[in-house]
Each structure stands twice: as structure tokens, then as C-alpha cells.
Design a protein around this ligand. Structure first.
Ligand SMILES: NC(=O)c1ccc[n+]([C@@H]2O[C@H](COP(=O)([O-])OP(=O)(O)OC[C@H]3O[C@@H](n4cnc5c(N)ncnc54)[C@H](OP(=O)(O)O)[C@@H]3O)[C@@H](O)[C@H]2O)c1
Length: 265
């Protein structure tokens, strides 16, 4: 997929992986990067960095838990003749909590972003990609969409839902020229763990073997995945190896996760 001259829309662009991805797409030649998240001041700061790097940015504050607001955003962009051909579904949150620790007011937002937000945002921007006969939709996901971590049930549930959405979307658009990428990344040194307190303490020790990427390294891999038309990406390499191990010997990966992860006191 060509990035040069294309319009990209990145959700969760106010910080972490999303902000780094917006910058990387601008550096890769995107003609405009639409920056979506709730915090307008943080989006403005990212837009300044995109423009300082020679790109163009359009700040688009939106709470992605609200499908009506997403529809209004899509209409506003359409009125400005902005039709993204690259969509990065990245916005997401949620503390790592066991079932009995999870209040309803925390479960719903973590289902809304990432999983439902990816659905609604894609639904809003897919028609113009289908009309053009090309487009690329990449969903940023966690290894919790492949195996469940102890003490993070709502988080895992929302990431499995995002994985289900991504695979369903791939089936929906097969043969249309629109490509779909399920991009699964191990631990990233973004502000995620500050924004979702207590979660970092529950990351299984096994993840030390996989390694940690910076948001910038993650963004470079996202750009390479879009450019290369990749459909499934598991990064870094050790995560891919664990994914293969999980395919053939799921009990062995479960054993390692349970032995190295959160334990009920
Ligand atoms: N960090 C990791 O180790 C890691 C690993 C694998 C996958 N991931 C996934 O990658 C995604 C991005 O995470 P990150 O590490 O970059 O975390 P982050 O720094 O906390 O960024 C999350 C982004 O999502 C936005 N967001 C959250 N809820 C939103 C909502 N309702 N509407 C609009 N925007 C919303 C936030 O912006 P506002 O608060 O301004 O709205 C922010 O821009 C998440 O889905 C996460 O699960 C992270």
C-alpha cells in the first residue's frame, strides 16, 4: 500500500502508540493525518509535531465511545472532502482487573475503546474506501487477544472482541481492494500503564522474554505493515514464536502465563 499522498486517520492519536504512528505516517509521506482522541490540547501538540516534521494534520477531538459523535465527525470531514484511505484503529484503555474486581462503570468503557470504537470508526469511513476500490485498515491489538492473562479479564475480553471484529471485517471486504491488518504488539513503553494504574504490576514476567518496544519502534512497524500490505503482524519476533507455540502447545503457554502472572492473594 502506498502511503505517499494518502490521507490517514489515527485514533488514540493524543499520545503513546497513536501519536507516534501519526508522526511516522506523516514522515512516510501521508498528505494529511487526521488525529482523533478526546483530549484536544494533546492532539494540538501532536499536530504541531506532525507539521514540524513537514506533514499536515487535522485535529479531530471525539469521544469514540459515542457512535453519534463518530458519525458527526465523519460528516464534518466529508464536508471538507477529507476521505481517509488509511485507518489505524488504535484508541483503547482499560485497567487490568479480575472479574470480581471490575465495576460495571469500568467494563463498559474498555469494551467501547478499543473494540466498539474500531467498529464504529470503520463503519463511518469504509464506504469511501469501498467506492475508491482501495484502503488499508489496521487494528492495534494486544497479546491478550491471543491468550488470556490472569487478572485482566475485561481487558482480554475487549481485545478478543477487537480480534473478532478485525477478522470479520477482513471477510466482509475480501476482494474489494480494502486490506485489513491485525497488528499485535507486545509490551510498549507508552503512557498506557500510567493512564491505567495498577495494570503494569500484572504484566506476566514471561513478557520480559518478549521484550518491550518504544511507541516510535511500534509506529515504524505499523508503517512497514501498511506499506507491505501485511495482514497479520505479531511483533516483536519473540511474540511471534510464542504465538506459534500457543498454536501447537496451548497448555504450555498457559502454564507459563499462570506461573509468571498475577495470583489471587
Ligand atoms: N502499551 C502497551 O503495552 C500496549 C501493548 C499492546 C497493545 N496496546 C494497545 O494499544 C492501544 C493504544 O495504547 P497506548 O499504549 O498508546 O496507550 P495510551 O498512551 O494510554 O493511549 C491511548 C489512546 O487512546 C485514546 N482513547 C482512549 N479512550 C478513548 C475514547 N473513548 N475516545 C477516543 N480516544 C480514546 C487516548 O486519548 P484520550 O485520553 O485523549 O481520549 C490515547 O490517545 C490500546 O488499545 C492498547 O491496549 C498497548
Amino acid at each position: 500500500m502506498k502511503i505517499e499522498g494518502r490521507v490517514a486517520l489515527v485514533t488514540g492519536a493524543s499520545g503513546g502508540i497513536g501519536a507516534a504512528t501519526a508522526l511516522a505516517l506523516a514522515r512516510a509521506g501521508a498528505s494529511l493525518v487526521v488525529l482523533v482522541a478526546r483530549t484536544e490540547s494533546a492532539l494540538e501538540a501532536v499536530a504541531e509535531r506532525v507539521e514540524a516534521a513537514g506533514g499536515r494534520a487535522r485535529v479531530a477531538p471525539c469521544d469514540l465511545s459515542d457512535p453519534t459523535a463518530i458519525g458527526e465527525l465523519a460528516s464534518a470531514l466529508e464536508a471538507e472532502a477529507i476521505q481517509p484511505q488509511i485507518l489505524v484503529n488504535n484508541a483503547g484503555a482499560g485497567r487490568w482487573l479480575a472479574v470480581d474486581e471490575t465495576p460495571p462503570e469500568e467494563l463498559l468503557p474498555m469494551m467501547q475503546a478499543p473494540a466498539l470504537a474500531a467498529f464504529w470508526v470503520t463503519r463511518a469511513f469504509l464506504p469511501s474506501m469501498l467506492s475508491a476500490g482501495h484502503g488499508h485498515i489496521l487494528c492495534v491489538n494486544s497479546p491478550a487477544a491471543l491468550v488470556n492473562f490472569p487478572g485482566a479479564t475485561g481487558y482480554s475480553m475487549s481485545r478478543w472482541a477487537l480480534r473478532g471484529f478485525t477478522e470479520g471485517l477482513r471477510a466482509d471486504v475480501a476482494g474489494t481492494g480494502v486490506e485489513v491488518c491485525h497488528f499485535v504488539v507486545g509490551k510498549v513503553s507508552s503512557p498506557y500503564f500510567d493512564n491505567n494504574p495498577g495494570s503494569e504490576d500484572r504484566v506476566p514476567a514471561l513478557s520480559k522474554l518478549i521484550g518491550t518496544l518504544t511507541p516510535e519502534q511500534t509506529a515504524d512497524r505499523i508503517v512497514a505493515s501498511i506499506r507491505g500490505g501485511r495482514r497479520w503482524v505479531y511483533t516483536p519476533l519473540m511474540l511471534r514464536l510464542f504465538h506459534i507455540q500457543n498454536h501447537f502447545f496451548p497448555w504450555s503457554v498457559r502454564w507459563m502465563l499462570y506461573a509468571s502472572g498475577w495470583k489471587r492473594s
